[in-house]
Design a binder for this molecule. Structure first.
Ligand code: NAD
Length: 477
């Protein structure tokens, strides 16, 4: 049965997808498994050449991909950035994977036993499944798939049913490179399709909410396969007394509301030192009020529509809950319906307390709750509270001072004197703390190496010992 897809700028269901059922997934995965050994047998350099061809094919599909992503997400500029960035990511892994694989493939290592040497071989998981969310549809569909392909795995991707329009132009690009088309496919479907997919793969790379991640983790545990879980966050920003208040406000605003706050690495809580709280808040409110909605012209403005209308309801209910419990709204605060899309101007809240949903749950909207603190210890205590530990930020007068605070935070990545830097760099390995995720880093070399099992070949050059060498008599004497 077809599934309707809603356009975030009009609120109208103007697209539909055909979800795959378990039988169709089984047939597809059988074909991918048949093709994978030949792909894995190629050298990393030859696989890299095929990845570069796919990058070139994506270049030829660029306009269709950008148009699809713009319709999926209601935003134009970031859609163009997504296509460009992922095209470059294919090339980056094509360039880097051969050296990373060569370095990890250890040949003829001498062990402590003079007659024994070892070789460590890298054996890719045969079939990697990817399940991705709606906030960066192309990036999060491909971020794990590309290194998995570079490792020699076959890959099947199930993007979010909320933003599936890019699947068909991407499949058109994949079809232009038969070598890749044999080992990479995308499928349409919702959570039911995603759940069925986990049963058919050897490794699942999931990006999405904590609630769904827990379900995927359970299914993966029963299927006895590794699960890489990249989940939600409630990222804190600590603004120390030595920070420049106006500059800090500008950074806090951008890091909280960019992409309508629909980024896992968005700043969702700010803890500001009392000494600079007044000028910081004044500048933050001024900046929040000056931000323009990206409406009606998709090519103008700062804050786009909510991609998923239900998210607008969640965000509004968190704001209402905070206000009912005593929070004050200094800017924004009310979701607006414009042309059928749901928009929220940057919303600044003060007088927030730990019992409010907006301080405990992921918001995923352009909301900045600000808490004034009297010491660094108090800021660190607040920042480390809650179930999440994705990333964080510290702003101070110097990078050195900020770093002394950063190392006290329970977060996988901490931006110093900026916010949300984890979204910009790919080199830095990071593991999530708390319920923000599980598994090896998707960034850095580990992003590739996690798709391999390691096989040790252990060589004995002397005669193998007989049982009698371990007899009680032999061991005693
Ligand atoms: P979601 O968990 O609702 O859905 C994610 C994907 O899981 C979708 O493709 C969905 O169809 C699928 N799915 C749903 N139920 C399933 C099931 N039972 N089994 C298998 N698959 C199932 O998340 P969302 O609302 O699309 O995305 C927003 C969330 O993603 C936020 O929590 C955000 O923080 C998180 N996120 C995390 C990162 C990261 O790198 N840590 C990056 C981006 C987004």
């Amino acid at each position: 049965m077809s599934l309707a897809v809603v356009n975030p700028r009009t609120g109208e269901a103007d697209y539909s997808i055909e979800p795959l059922d378990g039988d169709a997934i089984a047939a597809l995965t059988t074909k991918l498994r048949q093709a994978q050994p030949a792909w894995a047998a190629l050298t990393p350099e030859v696989r890299g050449d095929a990845l570069r061809k796919l990058a070139a094919a994506m270049g030829r599909q660029r306009d269709a991909l950008v148009a699809a992503l713009t319709a999926d997400t209601g935003r134009a500029g970031i859609s163009a950035i997504e296509v460009e960035a992922m095209t470059k990511t294919f090339i980056r892994w094509a360039d880097h994977a051969p050296a990373v694989i060569a370095a990890a493939h250890v040949r003829d290592r001498q062990t402590a036993i003079p007659t024994i040497t070892t070789t460590t071989r890298l054996v890719p998981y045969q079939l990697v499944g990817v399940i991705s969310p709606w906030n960066f549809p192309l990036t999060l569909a491909l971020i794990d798939a590309i290194p998995a392909l570079a490792a020699g795995s076959a890959v099947i991707i199930k993007p979010s049913e909320v933003t599936p329009r890019f699947i068909r132009p991407l499949m058109a690009a994949i079809a232009e490179v038969p070598q890749i088309a044999a080992v990479l496919t995308l499928i349409e479907g919702d959570g039911v399709t995603g759940g069925a997919l986990v049963e058919h793969v050897d490794f699942i790379a999931f990006t999405g909410s904590v609630a769904t991640g827990c379900k995927v983790g359970e299914v993966a545990a029963r299927a006895f396969i590794p699960a890489s879980l990249e989940l939600g966050g409630k990222d804190p920003m600590l603004v120390l007394a030595s920070a420049d208040p106006a500059k800090a406000a500008e950074t806090a605003l951008r890091a909280s509301v960019l992409n309508t706050g629909q980024a896992c690495q968005s700043i969702e809580r700010v803890y500001v030192a009392r000494e600079i709280a007044e000028p910081f808040l004044a500048a933050l409110v001024e900046g929040a009020k000056a931000a323009r909605l990206n409406y009606p012209d998709v090519h103008k403005g700062d804050i786009g529509p909510f991609i998923f209308a239900r998210q607008a309801e969640i965000v509004q209910s968190q704001i209402d809950d905070a206000v009912a419990k005593g929070a004050q709204v200094l800017a924004g605060g009310q979701v607006e319906t414009l042309g059928g899309g749901k928009y929220l101007r940057p919303t600044v809240l003060v007088d927030v307390t730990a019992d409010m949903a907006i301080m405990e749950e992921e918001t995923f909207g352009p909301v900045i709750p600000v808490t004034i603190v009297d010491s660094v210890d108090e800021a660190v205590r607040h920042a480390n509270s809650g179930i999440f530990g994705l990333s964080a930020a510290v702003l101070a007068g110097s990078t050195e001072e900020a770093e002394t605070v950063a190392v006290r935070l329970k977060a996988g990545g901490v931006s110093i004197n900026d916010g949300s830097l984890t979204g910009l760099v790919w080199e830095a390995e990071k593991s999530s703390f708390g319920k923000s995720g599980l598994g090896p880093s998707r960034m850095g070399e580990s992003g590739l190496l996690r798709f391999f099992r390691k096989q040790a070949i252990i060589r004995q050059s002397a005669s193998a010992l007989p049982l009698s060498a371990y007899s009680e008599e032999a061991l005693r004497g």
